[in-house]
Design a protein. Structure first.
Ligand code: MGD
Ligand code: MGD
Ligand code: MO
Length: 771
């Protein structure tokens, strides 16, 4: 097929043959077809390993295969036969690598030995593990104080590795734990406890079979959690209404063919998903939620009065606030008509058990936490907690992002946890709050941060204001990346830099006591074991756990923690977790032996509210604005979203099948009406500029303008390419989560040959660089 960009409307259902074809293609490209197929069968099975793609749970029902197109892609890129060799590093300077696209970096394959940056030659050179740890330990010890170091975690890291990492860092003396969840579902983790006493979802997968209505707000399950489609298809077959609220009519929310349904596949059939599609404007969700509540409050019979009386407080204040919110405001901000909001409210009122799912379209706004609390309000009005088929369902991203937080990756640790940690190990953990992602970037820019260590992920490319952050990162004394593949974070590095390659989840991990297993927690609080089955990508790789333990020993020579014992036997780490978190993890090892693991206690599921008052709280948010107002005429809100062919900063291809784009990621989706108003034409080149009052010019040009059915004033484009437009200081106050779905911008024709901005830095993954 041609490498030329092409753009056309996608007319087919999502899923189906397209998904199967794409799966076969990536397995072929990464040369994993032979071992890939058997490996796929072990994915998400009780004795196998957990898919490293998304956090959607594995249902108890036993199927021959429990995977999806994007899970297969994640596995294919992890099990690729390609390797980054010494010769590669010897022949390519880091400055040359920096000119390549993210796709190219990723395509070089798996890293196989530790590398050290040599500033004299601008090359990464091989170094021994011992030398790497000794130097990292020495640099950390040489800091004036431990708060000068930043320790990032991305959500693939296992419970065992994350727990030890957090013990190491606290013994070292800081709570600087920037985490990928700070950019993701943190508004859920920080917002929801005020409402229901816990910052996690309250449903389990079997609830989907008992729900009478399902809402999907600001989430694209067909691409980002495809296994969720199985539950949605089943619900539609039971005539359960599904309400989708999204500025983009995502194809899988409209109609879907199950790749695992032979009859549907053979007959090219499909299932209609959304019974009501709400074409909300970007940032209009608060208005929609208040509109639905307004209708409900008109008919007190629709409410669960008994539940409200027995379990909640704050109803009167909420009712007064909702009453004061007028329809004209609701309609203008949401872009929806009152009639549609009334239809949706009627669906919600009729249903005796409703699940509300939501994703980044809710959380990544300046009032993301407050929007999550309004979702909780809506559910509380009808007692949709603690009964079968009902509850709140934040759909998390990384496969263990929830678990990492549960076991200690937290910049604001609770006193109870710190006391337990002290009781277990005897050292005095730091009590001051540490840095989340935004604080870390601020400290880098201010020059107070000196060392950055990344446990997985691609911090530098996932954060806001990337060009500013790149510059700040390169001023650090040392950067360390624990990683499987090359990414931007290895070419944007500190004065000293180390790449420490690790074993991946699909690979076996042999230590002194034999093959080890690790465990993860999915988005519905199920904890399960995972055991890799493939030979590691190279003989010199270490497990993340081993890397943490050796880094800790090199940094804290007199450590009181038995690091060596932990590396020899991971079940001892689980025993330690059980001691530090006795309520959640008692008998961890025993319970993990059950085929599908175990479910962590969730008070709200039992109508036990761990709030100061012991009740669930209706919380008032005045107004309907999800973001700070901006008044410039012609201003638009830009949502940075994922394509179908990427996993966060890992780009699988330049295609976005369901949005009809091939071989291009440097595009902007806009409605025809908005183009006309601005005198822009489809397929022309445009420049997008951020509107802020901070005096910094943020601009990305040379973008192809594509017609897409978005509401007026709303546009979309791809993350991470457009991250230079996202201002660091635009974040949700309660959680620190950057407002990546709501960047205030102007869009202008791009005429100049001189295109200042991001495309000049050579880091974009645009059409010009298609491999
Ligand atoms: N294949 C694949 N799977 C993934 C990932 C991946 O990159 N690729 N990433 C993983 C991670 S870490 C995460 S967090 C999840 C993310 O999964 P999602 O939450 O689905 O993330 P996005 O694609 O960023 O955005 C979701 C939707 O929000 C909509 N949206 C934008 N602005 C608004 C708004 O103001 N209101 C509403 N209602 N909707 C809005 C967009 O149109 C889009 O459909 O997926 C995980 N799974
Ligand atoms: N503008 C904008 N910005 C966003 C978002 C957005 O929607 N818009 N989404 C935000 C969200 S939701 C998230 S979660 C963050 C994601 O931020 P991160 O989690 O930091 O980014 P990823 O791209 O998932 O990280 C991929 C890298 O992880 C490494 N890796 C892969 N597997 C393993 C492994 O098994 N072990 C180790 N040690 N390393 C591994 C590889 O080097 C790979 O390059 O981005 C955020 N940034
Ligand atoms: Mo995420």
């Amino acid at each position: 097929m041609s490498d030329q960009p092409s753009y056309k409307t996608y007319m087919h259902p999502a899923g189906g043959w397209g998904a199967l074809g794409a799966t076969a293609k990536i397995l072929r490209e990464q040369s994993v077809i032979a071992r890939g197929t058997t490996t796929l069968l072990a994915m998400n099975k009780p004795d196998g390993f957990k898919c490293s793609s998304c956090a959607w749970p594995t249902p108890d029902r036993v199927k021959t295969f429990e995977f999806c197109e994007n899970g297969a892609k994640a596995l294919a890129v992890e099990t690729t036969r390609k390797r980054v060799t010494r010769e590669f590093f010897a022949s390519t300077t880091v400055s040359e690598m920096a000119l390549q696209s993210d796709y190219w970096l990723e395509e070089q394959g798996r890293l196989t030995e530790p590398m050290r940056y040599d500033a004299a030659t601008d090359h990464y050179v091989p170094c021994s593990w011992d030398a790497a740890f000794a130097d990292i330990g020495a640099e950390l010890r040489a800091l004036d104080n431990p708060d000068q170091a930043e320790f990032y975690t991305s959500g693939r890291t296992s419970n065992e590795a994350a727990f030890l990492y957090s013990v190491f860092i606290r013994e070292f003396g800081t709570n600087n734990f920037p985490d990928c969840s700070n950019m993701c579902h943190e508004p859920t983790s920080r917002g929801l406890p005020h409402s229901i006493g816990i910052g996690k979802g309250t449903v389990v997968i079997s609830d989907f079979a008992r729900a009478e209505a399902i809402f999907i707000i600001g989430q694209n399950p067909g691409t980002n959690s495809p296994r969720m489609m199985t539950e949605l298809v089943a619900a539609r077959h039971r005539n359960v209404p599904i309400v989708a609220i999204n500025p983009m009519p995502e194809q899988a929310l409209i109609k879907f063919t199950e790749p695992q349904n032979a009859v549907q596949m053979a007959t090219f059939g499909s299932t209609a998903i959304a019974s009501e599609f709400c074409h909300v404007r970007i940032g209009g969700d608060m208005a929609v939620l208040k509109g639905i509540m307004k209708v409900l409050l008109e008919t007190p019979d629709a409410l669960d009065q008994g539940f409200i009386e027995q379990h909640t407080q704050g109803f009167e204040a909420l009712a007064a606030d909702i009453e004061a919110t007028g329809w004209s405001e609701i309609e203008a901000v949401s872009g929806l008509g009152q009639a549609q909001i009334r239809r949706v409210a009627a669906i919600y009122a009729r249903s005796k058990a409703t699940i509300i799912c939501f994703g980044m379209g809710i959380t990544q706004h300046q009032q993301g936490s407050r929007a999550v609390q309004q979702i909780a309000n809506l559910l509380l009005l009808k007692g949709n907690f603690g009964k079968p088929g009902a509850g709140i369902c934040p759909v998390r991203g990384h496969s263990n992002v929830q678990g990492d937080r549960t076991v200690g990756i937290d910049e604001k640790p609770t006193a109870e946890y710190l006391d337990n940690l002290k009781a277990k190990y005897g050292f005095e953990p730091p009590r001051d709050h540490g840095h989340h992602v935004v604080d870390t970037v601020r400290a880098m820019i201010a020059g107070t941060a000196k060392v950055f260590i990344g446990m997985g992920g691609n911090f530098i490319h996932a954060i806001p204001d990337t060009p500013i952050a790149y510059e700040a990162m390169s001023r650090l004394r040392m950067t360390v990346a624990v990683t499987t593949k090359l990414n931007r974070g290895h070419v944007i590095h500190g004065r000293k830099a180390y790449i420490l390659p690790c074993i991946a989840r699909s690979e076996y991990d042999v230590q002194k006591t034999g093959r080890q297993s690790i465990s993860i927690e999915d988005a519905m609080s199920n904890v399960m074991a995972s055991k890799g089955i493939l030979e590691p990508a190279g003989p010199d790789l270490l497990s993340e756990i081993d890397i943490v333990c050796r880094m800790a020993r090199a940094t804290i020579p007199r450590s009181v923690v038995p690091w060596e014992q932990y590396v020899a036997d991971y079940s001892l780490i689980r025993d330690a977790i059980a001691e530090v978190y006795p309520k959640l993890f008692a008998n961890y090892n025993e319970r993990l032996k059950q085929p599908h693991g175990f479910h962590l206690y969730n008070g709200a599921r039992e109508r036990v509210w761990r709030t100061p008052s012991g009740r669930a709280n209706f919380l008032v948010f005045e107004g309907v604005a999800m973001n700070n107002p901006i008044t410039e005429p012609g201003m638009m809100r830009l949502a940075t979203v994922r394509s179908h062919d990427q996993f966060n900063t890992t780009i699988y291809s330049y295609n976005d099948r369901y949005r009809g784009v091939r071989n291009d990621r440097m595009v902007v989706f806009m409605s025809e009406g908005d183009m006309r108003e601005r005198g822009l034409s489809p397929m022309s080149k445009v420049r997008v500029e951020t509107i802020t009052g901070d005096g910094i010019v943020r601009s990305v040009g040379n973008l192809t303008l594509l017609t897409y059915p978005l509401p007026s004033g709303s546009i979309a484009a791809y993350y991470p390419e457009l991250n230079p437009l996202l201002p660091l200081e635009h974040f949700d106050q309660l959680s620190g989560t950057p407002a990546a779905k709501s960047i205030p911008v102007r869009v202008v024709a791009d005429t100049g040959p001189d295109r200042a901005g991001f495309e000049r830095t050579g880091t974009q993954t645009g059409a010009a660089q298609v491999a």
